[in-house]
Design a binder for this molecule. Sequence first.
Ligand code: NAD
Length: 365
Amino acid sequence: MVTMKVAFIGLGLIGGSIAKTIRKKYPDSEIVALNRSEAPLEEARKDGTINAGTHEVDHNFEGCDYIFLCTPVETNKFFLPRLKPYLQSGCVLTDAGSVKGVIHKAVSELLPEAHFIGGHPMAGSEKSGYANANDHLIENAYYILTPGENSTIDELNRYEKFVSSLGAIPLIMSPDRHDYITAAVSHVPHLVAYSLVDLVKLKDTPAEYMKLIAAGGFKDITRIAGSDPTMWEQICLENPENIVELLKDYEEILSGMRKMVEEADGKGLHKIFEEMRDYRASFSVSSAGPIKKIYDIYCDIIDEAGAIATIATILSTSGISIKNIGIVHNRTFEEGALHIEFSDEASKTRAVEVLERHNYSIFLK
Ligand code: NAD
């Protein structure tokens, strides 16, 4: 018996990965996909991900519970009017785009009757295409949902549960908030990374010593400057107001730092560095508001080589999987503490039992 029907427009990295995850979690579902090129459709039919493939919006789109738009935003817009005859009652239309305001605006103008809930899986890779899609890309990833004007609370609840059932972590917010938040934590940092690389390119010595030395830490902090230029051009053009506003804020912060360096204000610099180090150390800790509960513990350890590996081994041999693990340094812990996150309460409870049995001191916040 078919448990649900889902359609995809665009069966690349993101569409393909969501489709594969649905096939894994809902083996009896009916999945159809539209793609421009034939190769992904053929591959997905062969590996059992989709039941049917098509190159245009046709009868395959009848009776869907969800329709996912997973092509670039401009292409998603093109398909909106074509979907009109296929929006049966209860069908949620969604997308996977990295900027939400533009698609919400397009839906209001081109397909206002759609029950649209925007979606943004905070997962990805530098690679694209169905060939790189997998059934665990969105696992444990935050998946932002932005309800549209016409979507109901019931539909939102249903979609939220659906996303959870796929192993991702749903977060609900308005499209505006999404675009502001992602501008701060993703879009502006990409521009900063590109600009840092530019600085070195411009200022390097003829012997290219900067480039030589940049192989280490500099390469780490500019890793995201290796991202797809076309995708980042599109994102900057789709979210300009937020990016410009936050870039201005950032320029002020940078000017403040430059001033402190010029004035040899060591105390001022030290204060900022200390505050930012501590704030950063708090990033993976559960926050209030819309952030889903995190199941975490702190384990007191001596900060030495092998400490993390020992604990990871103890947990994995007890069948407990770790979602996230890392050392935190702050004044609460004398030496260092290992912050460990789990996917559910049961894993956390078992981990506490197992680690205490091995004489580790556990702190719960
Ligand atoms: P992709 O290039 O891997 O896949 C896009 C798919 O759409 C391809 O299969 C392509 O053949 C198909 N397509 C393109 N134009 C088409 C057209 N005119 N008609 C029919 N099919 C067409 O891209 P992706 O990484 O899967 O990105 C898809 C969406 O997901 C984008 O909106 C992107 O912003 C969003 N997204 C991407 C990432 C990421 O890291 N890649 C992360 C989150 C969200």
